[in-house]
Design a protein around this ligand. Structure first.
Ligand code: C2E
Ligand code: MG
Ligand code: MG
Length: 576
């Protein structure tokens, strides 16, 4: 099969979704033939006199033309109903052909027995015209509904339903294919900073580019691009030889996306993650194909932004893993086995500024479970406030143990999930712990992640004001990964910006990445905030951060997260 004919098959599947399906050609021929026979018998029996015996019943010949003419009319109506325009034209043609003969018979030769036949022909033409016109109206309406059902209105691409139909079709034909699930990175920030109208234009541009690429068949495979929802798209790739072919095709979509998008003189640089799964290799169940491609996509998203692709593997499917982690969190909480590590933060002269308290939890085999795995599960299951409270209490206890509250000018940073921050008893809980250990609020800094903060900005701002009134410091964690809107930053009563590790990682790769970090620092300073860089791993990064005026550093280069006993020693050395 050629590529072109393969591609036509994609179109055929879409057409198949149409409600406007015609009956087979054989039915058309049969109906015309039946009509011809019925007409012939109407005329022939009309000329006969007397009666005949049918199934033992005496039937007068004069009653037969009526029966055959009705049969003929039924054929005509069926032709219009089943074959619409063609059926209508042929039917009208067939009747009109007989009209002159009827006319001559009745009005010229004065054979008035043919008069009912003449009027019946006129009536049939009027009836089928009415049927045809109302059918056309219904069809137009049905087609517009179909369009809406299988097409995405914004981009004009097929939608998820159409994708399902195509996959079902490929499955039926035993053809292998790949389902790719893709999601634009940071699209939310385009919407939030430039408005939804601009966001829509970005989506349309991406859709156009991908549609053009799919239609060009330059990828070497047969591709079908659809919009799933929001900034999520689906690509079905078929007619490939190997996984390399699939990955090459995806790479072409990725490259097409990453070309600059200009809207109203503004340039946008979009990237996306691509999760894919193969049928029948991974599964032959359509629902699972979606699930698998999405799971691969989410696995990529979890590990940060950037354009990457990943094939589904069973490990990626983490519903079971999530349940397992939830069980482990519950056990750890009930057995009081949540503990914490402290990661030092330094100023640029390597003088200790303080520590960040980081939750830790061990697996059944004694190995650590990564917080990036258990914190999101805890957030989803509402257990995060219990973890936060535990770490907060341990951190406050540490402050008391090492006399940080009286002897040292050291800050203890504690992470607070926004879900927890929003709880009505949040402030009381914090006060209760501080009172119990008699630790002043000034020793504590609360870290709140920027990206999730905004979703409920007003209430969160109120909570943060209360924290500030108590005397606590507030840090915006993972800065740069969320909205980074200046107006929000200005109204947010924080003390410290924590530049996300992803920016520090890229900082020394290009002048623009470095300028980006420099810009965040200068914005922070303009707003009277201190700025700390997270995830600093090399001395080169320290040098650059010094040059561009960063205030503090947190990273493996000067200190990994450590158990409290080690942190205590570090403090003693610092103040020796
Ligand atoms: P975060 O608050 O941004 O914490 C910084 C994370 O970066 C920590 O990971 C830390 O170990 C890691 N990190 C610091 N320096 C480096 C470096 O130089 N290289 C690398 N590769 N990593 C570095 P960790 O401990 O795995 O925590 C991950 C996230 O889990 C935290 O990110 C925070 O969002 C969350 N988390 C941790 N503890 C808690 C907690 O008690 N409550 C809440 N709500 N979230 C927590
Ligand atoms: Mg943090
Ligand atoms: Mg962070």
């Amino acid at each position: 099969m050629t590529r072109q004919s393969e591609n036509n098959r994609v179109d055929r599947t879409l057409r198949k979704l149409s409600l406007d399906r015609e009956a087979p050609k054989s039915a058309f021929i049969l109906l015309v033939l039946l009509y011809a026979i019925a007409t012939f018998l109407t005329v022939t029996t009309g000329r006969m006199h007397g009666e005949t015996i049918i199934f033992g019943i005496p039937v007068e010949y004069t009653s037969l033309p009526g029966i055959f003419s009705t049969l003929g009319n039924i054929c005509i109506i069926l032709l219009v109903v089943l074959f619409r325009k063609v059926g209508y034209i042929v039917s009208v043609g067939l009747i009109i052909l007989q009209l002159p003969m009827n006319y001559v018979n009745v009005f010229v030769r004065h054979h008035y027995r043919g008069l009912p036949g003449f009027f019946s022909s006129i009536m049939v033409i009027i009836s089928i015209t009415v049927i045809y016109l109302s059918y056309k109206k219904i069809l137009n309406y049905q087609n517009s509904i179909r369009e809406q059902a299988v097409t995405d209105r914004l981009t004009g691409l097929p939608n998820r339903f159409a994708t399902g139909e195509l996959m079902a079709d490929l499955l039926k034909k035993d053809e292998r294919f790949c389902l790719v699930s893709t999601d634009l990175n940071n699209f939310k920030s385009v919407n939030d900073t430039m408005g939804h109208a601009t966001g829509d234009l970005v989506l349309k541009e991406v859709a156009n580019r991908w549609k053009t690429l799919a239609n060009s068949m330059n990828t070497g495979t047969v591709d079908f691009v659809a919009r799933n929802t929001g900034d999520e798209f689906l690509i079905v790739i078929s007619d490939y030889q190997s996984i390399e072919d699939v990955e090459n095709t995806i790479a072409m979509y990725k490259a097409e996306l990453e070309k600059k998008i200009t809207i109203d003189n503004c340039d946008y640089f979009m990237t996306a993650c691509f999760g894919y799964t193969l049928c029948p290799d991974d599964t032959e169940v359509i629902e699972n194909l979606y699930l698998f491609a999405d799971s691969a996509l989410h696995e990529l998203k979890k590990s940060g932004s950037g354009s990457r692709l990943l094939r589904f593997t069973p490990e990626v499917l983490n519903t079971e893993k999530t349940l397992e982690i939830e069980r482990k969190i519950r056990t750890a909480l009930s057995e009081d086995k949540i503990f914490f590590n402290l990661q030092p933060q330094y100023d640029m002269n390597h003088k200790l500024r303080g520590f960040e308290a980081l939750a830790r939890m061990k697996d059944d085999d004694g190995s650590y479970i990564n917080p990036a795995d258990f914190i999101p599960v805890a957030e989803d299951t509402g257990l995060v406030d219990r973890i936060d409270n535990k770490v907060f209490e341990l951190a406050v206890q540490f402050i008391k143990d090492v006399n940080m509250d009286t002897d040292h000018d050291i800050t203890m940073s504690v992470n607070v999930s926004v879900r927890h921050l929003m709880k009505n008893n949040f402030i009381e809980e914090i006060k209760r712990v501080l009172d119990a250990y008699k630790v002043p609020a000034e020793c504590i800094e609360i870290e709140i992640t920027e990206s999730i903060m905004i979703d409920s900005a007003d209430k969160a701002l109120q909570r943060i004001d209360e924290l500030k009134l108590m005397g606590m410091k507030v840090a915006i964690d993972d800065f740069g990964t969320g909205y980074s809107s200046l107006s929000y930053l200005n109204s947010f009563p924080s003390d410290l910006l924590k530049i996300d590790k992803s920016f520090i990682d890229k900082m020394n790769m290009s002048a623009s990445s470095r300028q980006y970090v420099a810009m965040i620092i200068s914005i922070g300073h303009t707003l009277n905030l201190k700025v700390i860089s997270e995830g600093v791993e090399t001395s080169d990064q320290i040098d650059v951060l010094k040059q561009i005026g960063c205030d503090y550093i947190q990273g493996y280069v000067w200190g990994m997260p450590m158990p409290p006993e080690e942190a205590k020693k570090l403090l003693e050395q610092e103040h020796a």
